[in-house]
Design a protein around this ligand. Sequence first.
Ligand code: FPP
Length: 258
Amino acid sequence: MSDQVALATPGTEEAELLERMDRARLPRHVAVIMDGNGRWARQRRLPRVAGHRAGIESVREIVEISARLGLEVLTLYAFSVENWKRPKSEVRTLMRLLKEYIRIELNRLAGGNIRFTAIGRIDELAPSVRRELQHAMEMTERNSGMKLNVALNYSGRAELVDAFRRIQSMSEKRPVTVSEDLISDCLYTAGVPDPDLLIRTSGEMRLSNFLLWQVAYAEIHVTPTYWPDFRRKHLFEAILDYQKRERRYGGIRNGART
Ligand code: FPP
């Protein structure tokens, strides 16, 4: 079975999108703001948590297809520091869903050579959540395939504060020269390339405090699709959109002089 067949059924829209994709120019790191779970549920007159539950199916599909496609890193924004403001019952459900996801998917992640990492202020999460995360990280730490970062109790500003605190404590022991590389090395994403592509679902045009330092040169793709409806087809569309962009990093177009 060819790779192409494995990634999409022939004759489908996905297969056609895949055909157009340049597999040699994939983004190395894709970051996703998974948004719209609540609106997806409201549209169906369901409780908000039904949207989160449905969103897990999208997480499963996108993680699997990203790894098989050959992405190096996938970072999913699952729970922000600001999300604690939500009703307690919603927060409880989100944490339960996360634990459930790990329990059900861990073997598949491990077997798919995916390395799982949680990023954010993980030490502030409940012990039962931390245990599950720790177990998943240990079980997959030797995997050499795609790195799956799940951002939990995450805030881009808090991440920068934590990085600067680390630098401050380093500087108390020895002289330190602050540089972009040093700051990057002190972030939760140390050692991982910055996102090339940032996807946001549900049509909102906001960064929502996500990877503020790392997305400096990311291409942004916003889709009106709510996260629970986001499937491989939407990921392929986002990658094709990315491949149309010309990344100049503040320079000028290749070959343009005037
Ligand atoms: C945003 O939708 C989504 C979240 C705050 C949670 C995302 C979490 C999951 C999909 C499940 C757990 C994740 C993993 C990785 C297993 P919203 O509730 O803000 O939607 P709204 O803007 O329409 O209200």
